[in-house]
Design a protein around this ligand. Structure first.
Ligand code: BES
Ligand code: MN
Ligand code: MN
Length: 455
């Protein structure tokens, strides 16, 4: 282990935390236009923090939020690694459920509580500090490094694929490294083998032009809420399979090795259920919980809106109904093909007497890792060195839209080593990052660069 880097990180621990807290105080909520100025402030902050450690750092405008690019290319002949992360965060609402304010980082029980602490500011920032340790202690890096930080991940990375495609030469790299995911369990470093993709829809059903008296009109006018309920009930059969025709056509078999690997993981199903608070787990028949989350596509209602939802009873036939629906995708499903299947299905099942429209909100491609080559070997050694335990290979049910794009557009292999933990409340009130994981993760990433140099 490289004690010089560890000592530097230890000696600077206080300042490093102060800096992280500064970043966490910026409410860079990409989804809300009133925070556009804060998103830009976080971008500027990232650029300055990269410039301060010796990177050429720039702000790159997009039609949406800016992309920060840091470049250090002073190792001619050595490989080039691109580090990706996002500095935008999810909205913090509902605010009343936070035990400390979302944009006032607070340490309790070894956890850093703040919106964005683990997703993804803490995990992005620890890469910058690992790079700083090398440059401060040794004045150099063993490989060429690019840092790409975007401000639109939480709203679907709409402008990033375009930026990558038109800057393909500048972004050419031998590997992409990302920390924007979680470890399987505390103390158990983990490398991701897959991410699901995403196809997100909004379905609007409109009937009468205004709400109607449900006595005077009910039974003679098609109820948009009932129509929508019938549409979304048609998405699954009784065994939990998605019943949209053609939905599974492109699904590639996961393979026996991967399935055996999943079975070998010490998954605490009871603990997982407990964490959700749900009275029982449930899903597609014939698959285990981890298989359902990691290897199977889904079609889930994310939001429903219609009619009277206030106190007491109001006898009313609503004029419209709306649902937000997301399909999580697995290789080789594509958001485009699933969008076409969804549209055809809805046309088929939509009752007459209402108008049904479907909007495609965003999408991302699924991804499966190669898990071979010098970058993975370096990550394995670095993680084992820092955590004292060999990493496990895990799947992931969430999505990082750009990962598939890196593979498709640049042809670059992607390594995902995350330092989050189960129960970290990403996207929810009281998001936290384990401070130990922040510290050990920084050390692991610092030693990752050394392991890369060893080849
Ligand atoms: N960091 C997450 C992806 C993730 C989720 C990794 C869970 C590991 C565990 C990312 O920031 C995220 O939230 N992605 C969104 C994508 C969407 C907004 C396009 C997701 O998965 O919902
Ligand atoms: Mn994230
Ligand atoms: Mn997220």
């Amino acid at each position: 282990m490289s004690s010089d880097l560890d000592r530097y990180l230890h000696d600077n621990d206080r300042r490093i935390h102060d800096e992280l807290f500064e970043l966490l105080r910026i409410p860079s909520v990409s989804a809300r236009s009133e925070h556009a100025g804060d998103v830009r402030r976080a971008a500027d902050w990232m650029r300055d923090s990269l410039a301060r450690i010796g990177f050429d750092a720039s702000i790159n405008e997009t039609p949406g939020h800016p992309i920060v690019l840091g470049e250090w290319r002073k190792a001619p002949g050595a490989p080039t690694v691109l580090v990706y992360g996002h500095y935008d965060v999810q909205p913090a609402e509902p605010l009343e459920l936070w035990e400390s304010p979302p944009f006032e980082p607070t340490v309790r029980d070894g956890r850093i509580y703040a919106r964005g602490s683990v997703d993804d500011k803490g995990q992005l920032f620890l890469h910058v500090k690992a790079l700083e340790a090398h440059l401060a202690v040794r004045g150099t890096l063993p490989v060429n490094v690019l840092v790409l930080a975007e401000g639109e991940e939480e709203v679907g990375s709409e402008n990033l694929a375009q930026f990558i495609a038109s800057n393909a030469k500048r972004l050419a790299a031998d590997a992409v490294v990302i920390s924007d995911s979680s470890m399987f369990a505390p103390g158990q470093p983990s490398i991701l083998s897959s991410l699901r993709g995403l196809a997100y829809f909004q379905i609007d059903v409109v009937g009468p032009t205004v709400d109607l008296h449900s006595g005077s009109y009910g039974g003679a006018v098609v109820n948009p809420a009932t129509a929508l309920a019938r549409i979304i009930a048609s998405f699954h059969d009784v065994n939990g399979h998605v019943a949209i025709p053609g939905f599974y056509d492109a699904v590639r078999d996961w393979g026996d090795d991967a399935r055996a690997g999943i079975r070998q993981l010490p998954f605490d199903e009871r603990g997982f259920q407990h964490e959700t608070g749900a009275p029982a787990l449930g899903g597609e028949a014939g698959y285990s919980t981890l298989e359902r989350i990691w290897t199977r596509p889904t079609c889930e209602i994310n939001g429903l809106l219609s009619g009277y939802t206030g106190e007491g009873a109001k006898t009313v036939l609503p004029s419209k109904a709306m649902a937000k629906v997301s399909c999580r995708l697995v290789p080789d499903q594509t958001p485009e093909a699933i969008g076409r299947l969804m549209e055809a299905h809805i046309q088929r099942v939509a009752p007459t007497g209402v108008t049904v429209t479907i909007q495609h909100l965003h999408g991302g491609h699924p991804w499966r890792a190669e898990l071979a080559g010098p970058v993975f070997d370096a990550a394995r050694r670095a993680l084992e060195g820092a955590f004292g335990r060999a990493p496990v290979i895990v799947g992931e049910g969430g999505s990082i839209p750009v990962v598939g794009d890196f593979q498709r557009i640049l042809g670059t292999p992607v390594l995902l080593m995350g330092f989050g933990l189960p129960g970290e409340n990403a996207h929810a009130p009281n998001e936290w990052m384990s401070d130990e994981n922040f510290v050990v993760g920084t050390r692991a990433v610092a030693s990752f660069w050394d392991e890369m140099a060893r080849g």
